[in-house]
Design a protein around this ligand. Structure first.
Ligand code: PLP
Length: 372
């Protein structure tokens, strides 16, 4: 029995951790897997491999309103974040306190911009930090948070940045495919994206950078990606990324269906259990994400109970298994301990149905009743 057959009965609502691979991505990958061509080789097989990469570069740049030359392929969102932060020659870096660990760990000494109790960047605090920071300054703010789904005021950030001549990096790993992105019109200097959140494979992503931006590579060697990221390209991964981006761009109605499922879930839970809470309920959030507080049961216990019920959810970020610690995102929002400890993340996606949501609601209510 293969992986998919074994897991057929599981309701998968953990799309922010990773999404199922799209058939288009799988097809594009299978197509090139047998090709021994190295994209740097001049013979015809090498040239064919190069064409695969350039096609994917076009598909991705079209999807996000960038030029092909803006796209640097990396091994994922993590590497894209690290390249942006370590490759820039800024003298000071300001990051939001709710960034992904890839950003937090890349620049541990960076000053942190506060967020409100509902997880939105504090622009006044950013202004204060910008006044104090040695120039040139780089600001790094995620487009949408992976745990709460809260969408950040990116336009206001780029406006402020231009007042202070600062550069802006945006981690758009969770925003890609869920929000419209137009890189060239955004005022953003660098943007991180990752394939596996949109139905491409894991292990491939990209940093999108402004044409004239000076960026020091962090991986040096053969000079691939115009010297900005060396290493023989992940041909199948890149092909899958391109195909997933194109498939995603053609599925405009998918997000509408997903918001409807998410809202139906939230409304039902709140109606039946008034003590339950949806974190940042009133804020602009990604339409697929719900950070939901269940009174009386820790997130870890909930995740295990849901797992036994055949439902895959997450206790906050899911980047390394077995880590039991309080979410730095909910902590930065200054929420009471009970909310921090008892909140799980549910993230819906294009394969979910109303039947899945009904099973999820049923399990949620049963788990709640058993423990209260
Ligand atoms: N940034 C955000 C906001 C994420 O949610 C993730 C993954 O969960 C990453 C970066 C890392 O991306 P990748 O898994 O492709 O390294």
């Amino acid at each position: 029995m293969n992986f998919l057959e074994k897991n057929k009965k599981i309701v998968y609502v953990d799309y922010n951790a990773t999404a199922p691979i799209r058939p288009e991505a799988k097809g594009a990958m299978m197509d090139v897997l047998g090709n021994p061509g190295n994209p740097s080789s001049v013979h015809s097989m090498g040239r064919q491999a190069k064409n695969v990469i350039e096609r994917a570069r076009s598909q991705i740049s079209e999807f996000i309103g960038a030029r092909k030359e803006n796209v640097i392929f990396t091994s994922g969102g993590t590497e894209a974040d690290i390249l942006a932060l370590k490759g820039s020659s800024s003298l000071s870096i300001l990051i939001s306190s709710i960034e992904h660990d890839a950003v937090l760990e890349a620049v541990p000494k960076a000053r942190r911009i506060m967020v409100s109790q509902s997880g939105v960047l504090d622009l006044e605090h950013l202004k204060v930090l910008l006044k104090e920071a040695p120039k040139p300054t780089l600001i790094s703010v995620m487009w949408a948070n992976n745990e709460t789904g809260v969408i950040q005021p990116i336009e206001a950030v780029t406006n402020l940045a231009s007042d202070f001549d600062a550069l802006v990096h945006v981690d758009a790993v969770q925003a890609l495919g869920k929000l419209p992105i137009n890189f060239l019109n955004s005022g953003i200097d660098m943007l991180s994206i990752s394939a596996h959140k949109i139905g491409g494979p894991t292990g491939v992503g990209a940093l999108i950078i402004r044409d004239d931006l000076n960026l020091k590579p962090i991986i040096v060697g053969g000079g691939q990606e115009r010297g900005r990221r060396s290493g023989t390209e992940n041909l199948a991964g890149i092909a899958g990324f391109g195909a997933a981006a194109e498939a995603c761009s053609k599925q405009e109605d998918a997000n509408e269906k997903i918001v409807h499922l998410r809202d139906y879930f939230e409304k039902t839970i709140l109606a039946k259990v008034p003590r339950a809470k949806i974190i940042a309920h009133k804020e602009k959030r990604l339409g697929n994400t719900s950070a939901v507080f269940m009174p009386g049961l820790t997130a870890e216990t909930q995740v295990m109970a849901f797992d036994l019920a055949g439902i895959a959810v997450s206790a906050g970020a899911a980047c390394s298994s077995g880590k039991v610690r309080q979410s730095h995102v909910l902590k930065a929002m200054n929420l009471p301990d009970e909310l921090i400890n008892n909140t799980i993340r549910i993230s819906f996606g294009w394969q979910n149905s109303e039947e899945d949501v009904n099973r999820l609601i049923e399990a949620w209510l049963r788990i709640y009743q058993d423990s209260n």
